[in-house]
Design a protein around this ligand. Structure first.
Ligand code: SF4
Length: 394
């Protein structure tokens, strides 16, 4: 059986056939990360142009009799007094009595990466994507690898001002197809995330997002409706662990997943397995059962190997045992899920896609080296048994 390279080869193939690639990446806008402050440093960068005026918060609720503005965007449900901000530090109650997004149009990190690095395995395998992240986040994960841009107020994070159309124009001008929001959460500037996704769709691009889904069902559904693909971090399957790991709670995330499922968006789920916190096999089994029943058996689930970052370096948390990841993958299959993967273990068999009907290897992955084996990427079919494989393939 001959393998077909999805990585650079398919990239070149796509340029030739469809013009879809991010060749060159010559734009000063693209392929660059905003400069990061050193640890503990919060010096803002000098912006090259004035940022767009902050818009009103889309999910602000009517001002209460107390003068507070309730924010309906996420389950924290902040009631924000004049002159203060929400828990995320991204929405402020201004002197004029409005709730404003502080992160609109501000990009803290912008980078071109292969789609697999963001744990999308059923979306244009091997393709390059432009990923961006706005400053701050509404979750406070103790292992956040992007804590320098996620855990500071918006104005203390170095950013580049980029209008949605400018971001989309640069991706399109270079033949890119995928424009993704990641690094921090789209909840950090949901109005911007929605505008970027709408602008991307208008240009025929695929807007995708990786999120903690710490959103109330209405905003989650609104946002998922304008996306092509969504990857949700399900950080644990126990309320206490959610609180401990990210100062959030589980049930709202489950509700958000169900809300996203009511839209046509392509959904994948990522679980970073943190030893001593969320890696109990019986709990993982329950989680997989919930995913199969509520998100659907065709939802790919990724069990990611944890390496200590941020506060977990001080906690000296161990990295995940790859053998345990294998048992989680088996638990997913036993629960009825059709696609289960391991991540952060380059070369592991569990990175590859198997046919749920005949078990042939469809797509082989060794890190970012991706190749089709028994798979027709144009029609999304297993070439061995002919079954249709769900995903976004063209
Ligand atoms: S998005 Fe921010 S301001 Fe709104 S409820 Fe969540 S944490 Fe509070």
């Amino acid at each position: 059986m001959s393998g077909r390279q999805f990585g650079r080869r398919q990239f070149i193939d796509r340029v030739a056939k469809t013009g879809v690639a991010l060749a060159g990446l010559a734009s000063p806008l693209l392929g660059q990360e905003a400069p990061k402050p050193a640890e503990g440093e919060t010096k803002p960068a000098e912006p090259p142009a004035p940022p767009p005026p902050p818009p009103g918060a889309r999910y602000a609720l009517p001002t209460a009799a107390t003068g507070e503005i309730p924010c309906g965007l996420c389950p924290h449900g902040c009631k924000i007094k004049k002159g203060t901000r929400g828990k995320c530090q991204a929405y402020a109650h201004t002197a004029e009595g409005k709730l404003e997004s502080l992160g609109y149009g501000k990009v803290a990190k912008l980078k071109v990466e292969q789609i697999e690095t963001d744990h999308f395995f059923h979306v244009l395998p091997g393709a390059q994507a432009v990923f961006y992240g706005a400053p701050t986040c509404n979750l406070h994960c103790s292992y956040c690898s992007e804590w320098r841009i996620s855990q500071f107020p918006a104005e203390k994070v170095p950013t580049q001002p980029i209008e949605p159309k400018a971001l989309v124009d640069h991706v399109a001008a270079q033949g890119g197809k995928l424009l993704g929001c990641t690094y921090t959460d789209p909840a950090a500037a949901i109005e911007y995330a929605i505008d970027v996704a709408l602008a991307a769709r208008e240009r025929g691009l695929y807007p995708i997002t990786h999120t903690g889904a710490y959103l109330t069902p209405g905003p989650m559904k609104d946002y998922a409706s304008v996306l092509t693909a969504l990857n949700v971090d399900l950080k644990a399957y126990a309320e206490t662990t959610y609180k401990t790991l990210c100062e959030g709670s589980l049930q709202p995330v489950l509700d958000a997943i169900k809300a996203a499922r009511e839209t046509p968006v392509w959904l994948e789920i990522t679980c970073l397995m943190v030893p001593g916190y969320n890696n109990t096999l019986s709990v993982v089994k329950d989680m997989c059962k919930w995913i199969a029943e509520n998100a659907g058996p065709a939802t790919p689930v990724h069990f990611i190997r944890f390496f200590p970052e941020y506060k977990h370096r001080q906690y000296q948390t161990a990295s995940t045992d790859p053998v345990q990841l294998k048992s989680f993958r088996e638990a997913a299959y036993e629960a009825g899920l059709l696609f289960a993967y391991v991540g952060n273990v380059p070369g592991d068999f569990g990175e590859s896609t198997l046919c749920p009907k005949c078990s042939e290897m469809l797509i082989r992955r060794v890190g970012t080296n991706v190749s089709a084996v028994s798979f027709d990427p144009h029609r999304g079919l297993c070439t061995h048994c002919g079954v249709q494989i769900p995903g976004i393939w063209e």
